[in-house]
Write a protein of this length. Structure first.
Length: 221
C-alpha cells in the first residue's frame, strides 16, 4: 500500500506544478497585454492630431440679383432671388448683368455675355470663366489669379486677360468678372445737348451767311 500513497503524492505534486505554471503564464500574459495597451493609449494621447476645420469643408451658396437682360444657371433661365450653389455654371446674356451675393463671404458681379463656373467652399469663392477674353476688377478685398498666369489683384485694381481665367477671392471680396467689357457711354444731359445744337445752328448760319452777303461797293463812281 506504500507505493500507492507514494504514487498519489507524486501525482498531486505534478498536477500542482502544472496548475501553478498555468496560473503564472496567465498572469504574465495579462501583465504583457496591460502594458501594451497602456503604452498604446499613452502614445495616442501624446500624438498631436490636426484639427479639421469644418468651415473650410462647408459648401456655401449665394443669392442672385439680375440687373439687366437674362441669366441662366446650369442652362436653365432663372430670376432674381435664385440660389447659386457651389459648382453652378452661371451665364449672362449679351445684354445681361447680374450680382451674386455670398453674404460675409463676398460679392461677385458678372458683366454682359459672361459665363463662369462658381465654386464656394467655406469662406473662399473660386471662379473659372469660359470666354476668349476676361476682364477682372477688384473693388474690395483681393483676388488671386492662377490662370492664364499667376498674380494677385488688389483692391482698386483691374486686369484684362486674353483668355479664360481661374481666380480665387479672399473672404469679403467684392469683384467683377466680365467677358464682354463695354466702355460706358458718356451721358449728355438735355442742357448740354441744347447748347451743342445751338452752336451747330449758329456755325451753319455764319457759314451760309458768308456766302450770301454782297460784296461792299465804293460810294464814289
Amino acid at each position: 500500500m506504500g507505493w500507492i500513497s507514494s504514487w498519489t503524492k507524486n501525482c498531486v505534486r505534478s498536477l500542482t506544478a502544472k496548475g501553478s505554471a498555468r496560473v503564472y503564464a496567465s498572469l504574465a500574459l495579462a501583465v504583457v497585454l496591460a502594458t501594451v495597451f497602456g503604452l498604446s493609449s499613452f502614445a495616442a494621447a501624446d500624438t498631436p492630431r490636426p484639427d479639421a476645420d469644418p468651415v473650410l469643408a462647408e459648401e456655401c451658396s449665394g443669392s442672385l440679383t439680375i440687373n439687366g437682360g437674362s441669366v441662366s444657371v446650369n442652362g436653365n433661365d432663372v430670376q432674381t432671388g435664385a440660389t447659386i450653389l457651389t459648382g453652378s455654371i452661371v451665364a449672362t446674356s449679351s445684354n445681361g448683368h447680374a450680382m451674386i451675393d455670398f453674404g460675409p463671404v463676398g460679392k461677385l458681379e458678372l458683366g454682359t455675355g459672361t459665363t463662369v463656373t462658381v465654386t464656394c467652399l467655406g469662406r473662399i469663392v473660386h471662379v473659372r470663366s469660359n470666354c476668349s477674353r476676361t476682364f477682372v476688377k477688384v473693388r474690395v478685398g483681393k483676388v488671386d489669379v492662377t490662370q492664364p498666369k499667376v498674380e494677385s489683384i488688389e483692391a482698386g485694381k483691374e486686369e484684362e486677360y486674353k483668355d479664360s481665367v481661374e481666380a480665387t477671392a479672399a473672404t469679403g471680396t467684392d469683384w467683377l468678372v466680365d467677358c464682354q467689357r463695354k466702355k460706358p457711354v458718356a451721358y449728355i444731359g438735355p442742357g448740354i445737348a441744347a447748347l451743342i445744337g445751338l452752336g451747330t445752328v449758329v456755325a451753319v448760319g455764319v457759314k451760309d451767311g458768308g456766302h450770301d452777303r454782297p460784296e461792299p461797293t465804293s460810294p464814289i463812281k
